[in-house]
Every structure is written in structure tokens, then in C-alpha cells.
Design a protein around this ligand. Structure first.
Ligand code: PEP
Length: 257
């Protein structure tokens, strides 16, 4: 099992020029928490990728919140994986619940996006998670299993190769995203262990993917989450917007080295 830890910020449709300036101006304390096995990254709005890359120190990775299913061509408004690479983006979120629910992204689109990310050697952060209704109905394990299996089946013979290359997962219960309701460390760990066991069932005991938890992660709850054996980091919305709160999360992860 790798001991790598990840703290990834998803800025969503927030942080424009003034906030980017503010964030970068106060990044100094982040340099004290560098470690080769600590992956820190931020996904700004795509038009700011290049600017953010220039302003951030090299150890802070940048990525995209979304990419197109297509490589290039007449797809107005879309951004291909190759542009993310060209702008020095290194990772991409695929299947975030906001993309699934507001933009009706299907598993077949997600599988195509994963292929595009793989072709460009971007790190894919594949997000899964159940709704509140599914958790209340106790179908949360079935929901996550379906989200994973559909994509794995669609990737077909390439699935193992793609998932072994540059791929991590994020378990983000929809009811915990942006709501202030964090899953308990025990509930999160239970799902992470389940995801991990599904992957091992498919590809053997040695198969391992880092799985991040996402959903109202803050400096107050991150220690407990990161202490869990199957939680390799956090995907963070709100608490990643300001450099001081993001730094606290990075510091919490750094303590594990
Ligand atoms: C997210 O958007 O992936 C997320 C987890 O948001 P928040 O941390 O604000 O709940």
C-alpha cells in the first residue's frame, strides 16, 4: 500500500483574479509542508489554469475540474484533455457529483473522459458517491459499486491498464458536499474499504488505488479522516478556497510523514 497522501482543492466556479492573487500571496507557509509523497493540488476554473500554474510554486499541482469526451473539433464550449496538458495541468476530476447531477453526465461519457485523460497522461480523480436518499435506503454500497462497475465495463479490456496508470478515486457522498455534514470517519472508512475490496476482487490483492474522501472536509475533521487505513487524502471544496484553510489541511496531511 502506498503511503502517498493527497490534498486536492476543487475551486468550482469560485476564485477569480482578485482571490487568486490573495491565495498566492499567502502561500508561504505551504513550503514548509513539502514531502515527495504529499500531493497538493488545486483545480481552478479552466480559463485560469495557465495563470494559476505560473503563480503557484512548482510543488503545488494544478488540474482541471472537467474535460471533454472529445479530442478536438466542433464542440462549442468544451475543453479537451490536451489543452489541460498544454497549460501544465496535471490532473482532472471526472464524475464529480455536480457534473453528474446538473449536467447529466453518464457513465459512458465518464469512461470517454477517463480515456482522454489517460491518453494525455493526466492523473484522473474519479469521483463516486451516493445521495442522501440512497444512504437512507441503505443502497449506498450498491450505488457506488454500480458507478464503478459501469465505467470499468465500458473501459473494457483497457480498464486494468488505465486504472493502474495514473488514476485515483474520490468517495464523495453527495449529501456531504458543501453541506457542512461530514461523513463520520467510520462511515467513510467503511466505504473506502468496500471500494478497495471491489478493486482487489477484480484485479487481485496487490491492486491498490488511493481513495480520497470528499464532503465538507475542514481542518477540524481532517485528522480523524486521514487516520483511517483506507483514506489516502481529501478532495476539498469550500476549505480549499483560502490559502490559510488549505494550508491547514496540507499541514494535517504532512504530519503523517
Ligand atoms: C467537492 O466539491 O468535491 C467538495 C467536497 O466540496 P466541500 O468540501 O465544499 O463539501
Amino acid at each position: 500500500m502506498t503511503k502517498q497522501k493527497f490534498i486536492l482543492g476543487n475551486w468550482k466556479m469560485n476564485n477569480q483574479l482578485a482571490e487568486i492573487e490573495e491565495f498566492t500571496a499567502h502561500l508561504t507557509n505551504l513550503s514548509q509542508v513539502q514531502h515527495p509523497d504529499l500531493y497538493l493540488g488545486i483545480a481552478p476554473m479552466s480559463p485560469y489554469l495557465s495563470l494559476v500554474r505560473q503563480k503557484f510554486p512548482p510543488f503545488l499541482h494544478v488540474g482541471a475540474q472537467n474535460i471533454s469526451t472529445q479530442k478536438k473539433g466542433a464542440f462549442t464550449g468544451e475543453i479537451p484533455a490536451s489543452t489541460v496538458s498544454e497549460l501544465k495541468g496535471e490532473f482532472v476530476l471526472v464524475g464529480h457529483s455536480e457534473r453528474r447531477s446538473y449536467f447529466h453526465e453518464t457513465s459512458s461519457e465518464l469512461a470517454e473522459k477517463i480515456r482522454r485523460a489517460f491518453e494525455e497522461r493526466l492523473l484522473t480523480v474519479f469521483c463516486v458517491g451516493e445521495t442522501l436518499k440512497e444512504r437512507e435506503e441503505k443502497s449506498h454500497f450498491d450505488c457506488v459499486k454500480k458507478q464503478m462497475n459501469e465505467v470499468i465495463e465500458l473501459l473494457g479490456d483497457d480498464a486494468q491498464k488505465i486504472l493502474s496508470a495514473s488514476f485515483i478515486m474520490a468517495y464523495e457522498p453527495v449529501w456531504a458536499i458543501g453541506t457542512g455534514k461530514v461523513a463520520s470517519a467510520k462511515d467513510a472508512e467503511e466505504m473506502h474499504a468496500f471500494i478497495s475490496s471491489l478493486l482487489k476482487e477484480k484485479w487481485g490483492n496487490e491492486f491498490f488505488l488511493p481513495i480520497l474522501y470528499g464532503g465538507s472536509v475542514t481542518a477540524q475533521n481532517i485528522n480523524e479522516l486521514l487516520a483511517m487505513p483506507n483514506i489516502s487524502g481529501a478532495l476539498v471544496g469550500g476549505a480549499s478556497l483560502k490559502s490559510d484553510s488549505f494550508s491547514l489541511l496540507a499541514q494535517a496531511a504532512f504530519k503523517f510523514f
